[in-house]
Design a protein around this ligand. Sequence first.
Ligand code: UDP
Length: 434
Amino acid sequence: MKISMVSEHASPLAALGGVDAGGQNVHVAELSRALAARGHSVTVFTRRDDPHLPEVVEADGGVTVVHVDAGPPVAVPKDELLPHMTELGLGIAAHWRAHPARRPDLVHSHFWMSGLAAGTALRSAGLDAVPLLHTFHALGTVKRRHQGVLDTSPPERTALEPHVGREADRIIATCSDEVDELAAMGLDRDRVSVVPCGVDLRLFDPEGEAEETGGKRRIVCVGRLVPRKGVDLVVHALAALTAEGFEDVELHVVGGGAEEACLHTDPEARRLRDLAQDLGVADRVVLRGQVPREEMPAILRSARLVACTPWYEPFGIVPLEAMACGVPVVAARVGGLQDTVVPERTGLHVEPHDPASLAAAAARLLSDPQLARRLGAAGTERVRAGYSWATVAARTEEVYAEVRGRAVARGGAGGLGGHLDGTERALASLRDQV
Ligand code: UDP
């Protein structure tokens, strides 16, 4: 199959850990590579965010990345990209026209704005019969619920997301909780398939070097340095652990900008450092900044436990990476973490926003190394059985095949030309409603 992935802000070639570069980048890169390994021809279309990027990059693993001009060729926060989606869609269609070898048999878009661009591209290229599958990665309704006024998404997101869901021939959700959220948005459960994210098992493995901890017991958090990741809760838990006598425990926080910016200018880094200072644990909280993927396994292996306590989490690849390294996970009972972390088997669940139960769960693992080892080993087994990218790609391919089968049966009547509005028409109808 010739597959076009559309990932407007999340390039598979980007460095990870910055504000807008995390799990989606990993997902698009690894799924594309694993599909290419299964013999498909995969092209990823993403927005050019640097004037020096070549239009076409032949990336590792036989995947082609195409940088499309859409808006200024510089980094733009993803929440400001909506006005450029029509240009992105038209640019993708132009590329398909100029390079027939990359004209798709199927399009898979990632994140709501890519769904809009993919619809525009298909319509503009006249590819009405080509199926469109969509993965949201994150939902505006959930973000708004948890972040309230702090949510910087464009106001149109709430209305456009269901539109993207209706346009797509199939939605690929990454966890069961997302299916409920999609149903609450009015989308038909029968049009949703669940395929989780995966983990790179060649890189993340229990065997291999672990960072030296100097005799300290280490808790590790990994993720983009944004408030919703809930790292402040772990700092609170560290203070509570200290009060309980766990004075040799330290917290390493991985993610954020480059180290210099992380230490001095990043607002979330400053907030965490101030909090650690106020709680008297500043000497045991280490902000590591952005760490290249290759260095991640040694850091994870150095941990007694990995804490993932976000306010919400569409999927969460970090817990899989910890489990793959044989490390138990203490996870908030939210989103995808409810599917991946099995309480008392591969880790422990805590309620969200609850530093006291986080401290209690961490204390259990710190004082019972045998329990920690058992949960860590079971985690490795679990990810090896169900979360390799090869398994995820095979399952994704099954969904692609189902949809392609139906697209043929559907003929012209329900094809994309029949129900795709495209970005401009959707926006126009929104304006009419206002
Ligand atoms: N990551 C990384 N370096 C960093 C911070 C994060 O390589 O400094 C990676 C991390 O290992 C994981 C991804 O970024 O693969 C984060 O994915 P996750 O789904 O956990 O969170 P998201 O960023 O999507 O909210």
